[in-house]
Design a protein. Sequence first.
Length: 152
Amino acid sequence: MKLDAIDKELLTLLQQNSKQTNKQLSQQLNLSVTAIFERIKKLERNDVIKQYVALLDKKKVDLGFTVFCHVKLTKHEQKSIANFETEIEQLSEVLECFHVSGDYDYLLKVAVKDMDHFRTFMVKKLTSLEEIGSTQSSITIKEVKNNTAVIL
């Protein structure tokens, strides 16, 4: 789907606040409410807009300890990769998982309460997966930037 300048501006506004009404968006973009509604529906149908979410303050929900964990698999067969990815999707502590190039196979972003919670997660959940050969973890000191908006 080809995005025009109005689509891009609409997406930017929705990323800033997806709870805006179509009327508010129409006023900002100088379009009718119907035109805004139709554009949003088209963006949703074409999976440009995948979903609407509430972004939480992880500290306020007691998950303010963020760890990045590199994972190396024991085997790189399709079945092992598929099994690992299926298992990772079930772990609530894993916020993001990327298949990456380099010395490790995957990079995980993990949110837990504290170091004890992370240790429990590693011992009882992550390293108990049979596909994992090794891991290396980096504990965050400070979150410098965290932006969910895609700049268009």
